[in-house]
Design a protein around this ligand. Structure first.
Ligand SMILES: [Zn+2]
Length: 204
């Protein structure tokens, strides 16, 4: 497992924006807690993929966390047994963390600390966001990989081409949507994935 420095930087920026400002120790602890929440959430998602690779494909996975999330290597795609399970396992963990955090928030006694309450809220927020974004049908995100599997992209060049076009079209549409609602970073990321898909097509 590797964690790139970019991961800590981006997590730190998100945590800083979320923490209550100018409250001394509470601000510092909130930032540290939020970074931990982000780390556990993203690592949990990738561990889901990694465990599925071990269990369903007998592979030897490795995990890398980077600026914009993470990835698990060692899984095999392209219609092989377990491919769909490996793809879905990440979001299975992500949804589980969101539900558990939400339930914990509900059962928290009223006198519990603001820090704990905020951390659980952060866990719900981060994992719901991660689930939605990862599920978008744009390659190489999980949703896009699942789309490629479902459309049989490994079967022939025609299948692959159709899957790439579908993914690119939806990615472009979603990028415009995110731009219109003011989510510039999400729009840029989707635009970048569309460009990658375009290059993949051209290289054939
Ligand atoms: Zn994933």
């Amino acid at each position: 497992m590797r964690v790139q420095p970019w991961f800590w930087l981006i997590a730190g920026i998100i945590a800083f924006q979320y923490a209550p400002p100018n409250q001394g120790m509470l601000t510092v602890l909130s930032i540290v807690a939020a970074i931990c929440v982000i780390f556990v959430s993203i690592l949990g998602h990738e561990l889901g993929h990694a465990l599925a690779i071990r269990k369903y494909q007998n592979g030897y996975p490795s995990i890398t966390l980077m600026g914009m999330g993470g990835y698990a290597t060692g899984g095999r795609m392209g219609g092989v047994p377990g491919a769909r399970r490996v793809i879905c396992a990440g979001n299975f963990v992500t949804v589980s963390i969101a539900i558990c955090s939400f339930l914990a928030l509900g059962f928290l006694p009223p006198e519990s600390s603001l820090l704990l309450r905020n951390s659980l809220k952060m866990a719900v927020f981060v994992n719901i966001f991660w689930f939605i974004f990862n599920s978008l049908p744009v390659y190489p995100m999980d949703g896009g990989q699942l789309l490629f599997e479902l459309m049989g992209a490994h079967k022939s060049y025609g299948h692959l081409s159709r899957a790439q076009n579908t993914s690119m079209g939806m990615g472009a549409g979603l990028a415009v949507f995110f731009l219109l609602v003011g989510q510039v970073i999400a729009a840029l990321l989707l635009g970048f994935f569309c460009y990658q898909l375009y290059l993949m097509k051209k290289m054939r």
